[in-house]
Design a protein around this ligand. Structure first.
Ligand SMILES: CSCC[C@H](N)C(=O)N1CCC[C@H]1C(=O)O
Length: 357
């Protein structure tokens, strides 16, 4: 189990224990998929000796099986039970890893249970999660294919006159038909709204002359895809067509820069150089990409400060964009795995500018 690999790392780095609340790290390490909103204390305690025990609300009695677990019922004080578990695992003080996303109120109560020093769990787990194994890459390939297929479907829809939020909903439904769900709420940004990289789809109706950014992803067995394509409706503005070609060139250059052994920032530089040389540097307002896996944003980040050395099995997006206020924007994004020393695209939808209507 991956938990044993965490325990080895904990020993290497002199940690005494770890407290892991529900989320993608818990799923990655144990396969336990617990959807606890955060109201009821749920935490996996791991000791550097290799012992571990989950504390969970009794509503999970029929869910968590074949796993060392202590349940607590509504009305009981879960922190009393957590104190017993910590004592059982000989964790009375020392260096504890804490899930980064643990609720502050849980952490504040944990702080009362002993003179611990706290460190982020991500500092260790990121080392494991950013190198995907064959199975993980297969799952991501499936999620990427679903995203490609949805793009082909979108092209067959009657887009002119549709509201952004209607299109976003249709994309979500199409993704849900082909996969386990969405990796994040789809972005549909049309016309001048496309100047906002994280635009929230609204009431604006798509019209002829628009460039439209479509950014969405599927989830398969927990693993995410994330694709962006920008399409034109009718005859788009000449400037935006020029921008499209710059972004396409930047995306291709960055893709070709992917090599085992190079720093992530080299990939960012490759994209940024193309955009800067074309005179649009100030309009490329974000990093070139981000790692992808159980989370839609994870290591390795492909930005100007990205110092992770790329290795086979790492998966990340390459998504340069140019956003001009009042005019609109273009972004093109693919998911890429480092394979046999170089980049291999997982998403393969058409990248040439597609004009509809
Ligand atoms: C999870 S919402 C954003 C998804 C999108 N594909 C994305 O990751 N980005 C859009 C602009 C840049 C990039 C980001 O880093 O947020």
């Amino acid at each position: 189990m991956r938990l044993q690999r965490l325990v080895s790392l904990m020993n290497e780095k002199n940690f005494d224990g770890a407290l892991i609340s529900p989320g993608t790290n818990l799923y990655y390490l144990t396969g336990l998929s617990i959807h606890e909103a955060g109201e009821r204390l749920t935490v996996l305690v791991v000791s550097a000796d290799g012992d571990y025990r989950l504390l969970a609300p009794s509503l999970y009695e029929n869910v968590v099986r074949d796993f060392p677990v202590t349940f607590w019922r509504d009305g009981e004080n879960p922190y009393d039970k957590l104190a017993w578990i910590l004592a059982e695992l000989h964790l009375s003080d020392g260096r504890l890893l804490i899930e980064d996303t643990m609720r502050a109120d849980w952490l504040m109560n944990v702080m009362k249970l002993g003179p611990f020093e706290f460190y982020p769990l991500s500092s260790l787990v990121r080392e494991l999660r950013m190198r995907k194994d064959k199975h993980e890459i297969e799952m991501m390939g499936h999620a990427a294919k679903a995203a490609d297929r949805v793009f082909d479907e979108i092209l067959s829809w009657d887009l002119v006159g549709m509201r952004e939020r209607e299109l976003a909903l249709k994309i979500e439904l199409a993704l849900r038909e082909l996969s386990d769900g969405i990796s994040f709420p789809p972005i549909v940004a049309s016309g001048e709204n496309a100047a906002n990289p994280h635009h929230e789809p609204g009431e604006r109706r798509l019209r002829k002359g628009d460039m439209v950014i479509l950014d969405y992803g599927a989830r398969w067995k927990g693993y995410c895809s994330d694709i962006t394509r920008t399409i034109a409706l009718g005859r788009p503005n000449e400037k935006l067509v020029e921008i499209y070609e710059v972004v396409k060139g930047a995306q291709e250059r960055a893709y070709r820069a992917v090599r085992e052994g190079v720093e992530a920032k080299a990939v960012d530089r490759a994209a940024r150089e193309v955009i800067e040389n074309a005179g649009y540097g100030e309009y490329f307002t974000h990093r070139t990409g981000h790692g992808l896996g159980l989370d839609v944003h994870e290591e390795p980040y492909i930005g100007p400060d990205g110092n992770v050395i790329l290795e086979n099995g790492m998966v990340f997006t390459i998504e340069p964009g140019i956003y001009v206020p009042g005019l609109g924007g273009v972004r093109i994004e693919d998911d890429v795995v480092v394979h046999d020393g170089k980049g291999k695209r997982l998403t393969r939808a058409e990248r040439e500018l597609i004009t509809i209507g």
